[in-house]
Design a protein around this ligand. Sequence first.
Ligand code: PMM
Length: 292
Amino acid sequence: MSLWDSLARPRVMGVLNVTPDSFSDGGRWTTPETAIDHGTALVDVGADLVDVGGESTRPGATRPVEGEELARVIPVISALAGSGVAVSVDTMRSSVARAAVGAGAVVVNDVSGGLADPAMLDTVAELGVGYVAMHWRAHSDEMQQHAVYDGPGGVVSVVIDELAARRDAALAAGILGDRLVLDPGLGFAKTADHNWELVAHLDRFEELGQPILVGASRKAFLGRLLADEAGPRAVDLREHAHVALLTLLAERRVWGLRVHDVRACWDALKVAARFAEARRTGSGRPDLKEGR
Ligand code: PMM
C-alpha cells in the first residue's frame, strides 16, 4: 500500500521518540538498537508509518542542538527505512529533514508547520516528499502562554484559519497538494478544553481540503479527564480513554492517527468499521425489512 492511495480507514502512524525526555515515551528507546527494535515491533502490529523524532516537544522542554538531534534519529531512520518501513521524521529543522530523507524517510512531520525554520517549506518542496504541517504557535518552553483563541468561532475557527495559512504557504513553496497533511496540533498551545473542542469538531477541518492527521495519544487532556485526588492519570494509564476517543474519531474521515499503542489503535478501528458495516446492512431497521 502506498501512503497516498485512497484508503477506507485512517493510516496508523506509530510514534518512536528517540529522546531522553518526551512526556510519552522519553528515555525508553534511546539507543539505536532499542529504537530500531521498537520501530520494527510497531510495524509488526500494523503501523503503516513510523514517526521518528529526536526532539521532545513536551511543554517546557529545551531544544537539543542540531548535531544531537541528527545523531539520535539518522541511524534509526536508516535502519528502519533500509528494511522497508515507511518512515516519517518528526522535526522542525530543515537540515534534519534533508538528512532524514537522505536516510530514507518519506514524510517530514513538522510540528511547527514551517514556522520554526524559514527554510523548511522550500526544502520539503525540493525533496518532493510528503509533509505534515501541524498547528503551532511557539516553541515548547513558551507555548502554553499562547493558548488564547479569542477570534470569532473560538478555537476551532482560529486553528482552521491558521492552518489554512500554513497550507497556502506550503503550496506556494511547491509542496505537492496530494502529499500535504494538516494536523490541529492537540496539546500545542492548547488547554484541555481547547483540545476537546477540536476533537469534537474535527469534521470542520475537512473544509481545508487536505488530509488530516490527529495525535491524541497519551496527551495531558486525557490525563486531566481521568484525574482523581492524586492528580492527573499517569501517562501510561491513559490508553483505554484514548481507544475510546479513537473509536469516535474513526467515524471522521481522517487520513491518519498518530499513536503509541498501534495494536490498541487497530482494535478501535476494527470495532468502528464492523459497527459501521452492521449499521449499513439495515437488518436492525424494521422499515427496511422485506414485506414492510
Ligand atoms: N504530538 C507530539 C509530537 N509530534 N506530530 C504531529 N503531527 N501531531 C502531534 O499531535 C504530535 C506530533 C507530542 O507527543 P509525543 O511526545 O507523544 O510524541
